[in-house]
Design a binder for this molecule. Structure first.
Ligand SMILES: Nc1nc2c(ncn2[C@@H]2O[C@H](COP(=O)(O)OP(=O)(O)OP(=O)(O)O)[C@@H](O)[C@H]2O)c(=O)[nH]1
Ligand SMILES: [Mg+2]
Length: 364
């Protein structure tokens, strides 16, 4: 007689003990089947290339995971998807809270799917670990797009660092493209350096504004104006139309004072209403003109190559930093050195040297 088999899971019963009636045997076998059903990277790749949204979501979850095993699997999936990525237009959208980003993306995204495009919406929002993702929070503002089978909406990955969140979004772009999404919209709320991060992963960068109290340029960061390929003054409806047109003039005047862009593209200023949808199609025409022009000059593929280089270096920097700050010796010594610097017992440079020496002695 063979010895009783060791139960491999707490869902299995010991030999000789009959299960109480309350346990539903078929439910157990279903759970066990699902547990085993974690798809392999090959299955995920095949699913993504087939346009399967569940496979795409699962792969993005792997990309977002901090688990090392997941990271390795995510890399395999990305590698398998890469030959099918790149065939898209990547559009970055930024603007202060309340400017109408979500409402605009709903209108613009729906306009694009009606043109037969497949639209993916991702976000870079380093604060989303607190607010649980800006897109998720206002999915009600994207009611139509959420239901649209040609749209894929994914809330921002959470994370402590902008670099980490940005890397995850960048990898998710590749997965979405491989799944057949030809228009990728990356939303960010203009906090910290998140606009710069988004600018470095998109082809076209759009700044959403609303007309203010007359002095439109007040408080706007020069760097953002320089990055923008288009400035769109939203909420140009009702009583606001006149003010929005004035704002348009003012931004146009200001933009002409900037030196020409490397792309030779002259940034455009337009008005629109995300609610009445007036002006939405003009924005798409502008983006299409940009894509055509920069493909003709070769700037479009050149920019993507530069961005790839940038992201390789960023990822190295990010990983090195993480590795440094996660060493237990560094964690404890960092605090002591910080105190010593504050008490003027040691110079900041000497303290930094101490820690770096400790780190290099550990890693060599
Ligand atoms: N009149 C008018 N109101 C608009 C328009 N677009 C957005 N709104 C309103 O502006 C408010 C903010 O819009 P959201 O789309 O949530 O703005 P957001 O930029 O996504 O805001 P955050 O997610 O907080 O960063 C909502 O009450 C919208 O209904 C527009 O074109 N016209
Ligand atoms: Mg929003």
């Amino acid at each position: 007689m063979s010895s009783p088999k060791k139960p491999s899971s707490s869902l299995q019963e010991k030999a000789g003990i009959s299960p109480p009636e309350i346990i539903n045997i078929s439910a157990i076998s279903q759970i066990q089947k699902n547990r085993r059903k974690q798809p392999s990277s090959q299955e995920l790749i095949a699913g993504i290339l087939d346009g399967n949204r569940t496979a795409l979501s699962r792969a993005i979850t792997l990309v977002e995971s901090t688990n090392q095993e997941h990271a390795e699997k995510a890399n395999e999936v990305i590698k398998g998807c890469l030959p099918n990525a790149n065939k898209s237009i990547r559009i970055g959208i930024t603007g202060v809270p309340g400017v109408g980003k979500s409402t605009f993306i709903e209108a613009f995204g729906t306009f694009l799917t009606q043109l037969g495009k497949k639209v993916a919406v991702l976000a870079v929002d380093p604060s989303s670990s607190l607010s649980h993702g800006s897109i998720l929070g206002d999915k009600t503002r994207m009611e139509e797009l959420v239901k649209d089978e040609n749209a894929f909406i994914r809330p921002s990955a959470s994370g402590d660092t902008l670099g980490g969140v940005a890397r995850k979004t960048r990898e998710s772009i590749i997965l979405c493209e491989a799944a057949g999404y030809d228009t990728i919209i990356i939303e960010t709320v203009g906090v910290g350096q998140s606009e710069t991060a988004v600018h470095s992963m998109v082809d076209f960068f759009l700044l959403l504004k609303i007309s203010g109290a007359g002095d439109e340029l007040q408080g706007i960061k020069r760097g953002i104006m320089e990055m923008a390929d288009a400035i769109v003054i939203n909420k140009a409806d009702g009583d606001n139309i006149k003010k929005a047109n004035q704002a348009k003039l003012e931004f146009n005047r200001a933009l002409h004072l900037f030196p020409p862009k490397k792309s030779n593209w002259q940034s455009k200023v337009t008005t629109c209403s995300a609610i009445t949808k007036e002006g939405i199609s003009d924005i798409w025409n502008t983006i299409s003109d940009y894509v055509q022009m920069t493909n003709e000059t070769g700037f479009f593929p050149e920019k993507r190559k530069e961005q790839n280089h940038f992201w390789m270096m960023e990822t190295i920097n990010e990983q090195l930093k993480l590795n440094f700050y996660n060493q237990p010796e560094i964690i404890s010594q960092l605090e002591e050195n910080k105190k010593a610097v504050q008490n003027d017992e040691i110079s900041p440079f000497a303290a930094a040297q101490n820690l770096l020496k400790l780190y290099f002695s550990k890693s060599s």
